[in-house]
Design a protein. Structure first.
Length: 346
């Protein structure tokens, strides 16, 4: 393992990486290293215990929260969004279902369209970020976007769809989405360091997100909602992400048939990779199996990737407090590479 540690340290130094890298195999932590600064003004270092924002990694937790409501029949995959929306968001097609939202196949217009080229130093929020402090307060930014295509006919990654899922969960239960996520995902999975946090009142053990050059001393506090919802805003640690994979695959959050549904390819990309329900899936091998499942996120001051190799049970998690931090490392440090070259299966 010393060679792996040396390689990761070299990659981190070469790419000025700020964040944490963790490799687990089943119940053993094979590598856990932190680099860079959690707070540049005070010179506070990142540590393995530092809490980092997950950006769109939140979507996996949102999917699990919603599917837990499906499991207890509070919602169904076939539930039309309109049943709970009422007269809100009139441009959302009446036929759109919970399953289509989970699979990014709803066709609704996106308040933050990632198909467009994105400058992660730009101020992209359409309203003042302090106004976005509850899911209901997202309604003005979700409204007014025409449908892109008929529901269920195509794939288009959609942030609005996952905020809408959080809204549906709140209206179905009468509880705030942050409470639902804690109750239905964090508690059964034993995630004691995972939660929605306000960006303007972060504790000392939370990494501040920083912009890209030339503004590397500026935080992202004006770039993202002050408190996230279904599409982003959760903070976590490397250890909690490993615990999340363990609990998810063991059926401790949602039952096995929904674990399988999340890993079923609902859309296949031109690259051969696929998307399930809240999870990215690797290309199929010669036997048609997809060996890796993953979650990822990227935003101003945030990048996150966690991939689990199903056969070897190797999980590789990287979280950074910059928008581009994890991607150079992910190209080398993959669960598939570790499974075939570095770590023999247990």
């Amino acid at each position: 393992m010393s060679s792996l540690r040396q390689s990761v340290a070299r990659l981190a130094q070469e790419n000025d990486f700020s964040g944490v890298v963790r490799v687990d195999q089943h119940d053993k932590t094979r590598l856990e290293e932190a680099f860079g600064l959690a707070h540049r003004g005070y010179g506070l270092p990142n540590t393995p215990q530092t809490h980092f924002a997950l950006a769109s990694g939140t979507k996996t937790l949102t999917a699990l929260t919603v599917l837990s409501l499906v499991a207890d029949a509070t919602l169904a995959l076939s539930t039309p969004a309109r049943e709970l929306l009422g007269q809100d968001l009139p441009l959302v097609d009446d036929a759109i279902t919970v399953e289509q939202l989970l699979a990014h196949r709803s066709g609704i217009g996106d308040y933050l369209d990632e198909d467009e080229d994105t400058d992660y130093n730009a101020y992209l929020m359409p309203v003042a970020v302090h106004l976005l402090d509850s899911t209901e307060n997202y309604l003005p930014v979700l409204d007014g976007h025409p449908m892109k295509f008929a529901p269920g006919t195509e794939f288009a990654y959609c942030n609005s769809g996952y905020v809408l899922l959080a809204l549906l969960a709140e209206r179905a239960t009468g509880l705030p989405f942050a409470h639902l996520l804690q109750e239905r995902v964090c508690q059964p999975a034993g995630l004691s360091h995972t939660a929605f946090l306000r960006s303007d009142e972060l504790a000392g053990n939370v990494a501040v997100g920083y912009l890209e050059p030339p503004h590397v001393e500026r935080s992202n506090v004006f770039h993202l909602p002050v408190c996230g919802s279904g599409d982003g805003g959760v903070y976590s640690t490397g250890a909690d992400i490993h615990a999340l994979w363990t609990a998810f695959l063991a059926g401790q959050i949602v039952p096995p048939h929904l674990v399988a549904a999340m890993q079923h390819p609902h859309s296949v990309m031109t690259s051969g990779s696929a998307y399930g329900l809240g999870l990215w899936l690797s290309r199929a091998d010669g036997d048609g199996h997809r060996q890796e499942v993953g979650m990822q996120g990227m935003d101003a001051g945030v990048s996150f990737s966690s991939t689990h190799h199903l056969d070897s049970e190797i999980t590789v998690t990287m979280i950074s407090n910059t928008a581009t931090g994890v991607w150079p490392l992910t190209r080398w440090l993959t669960a598939e590479r570790l499974a075939s070259e570095l770590l023999p299966p247990r």
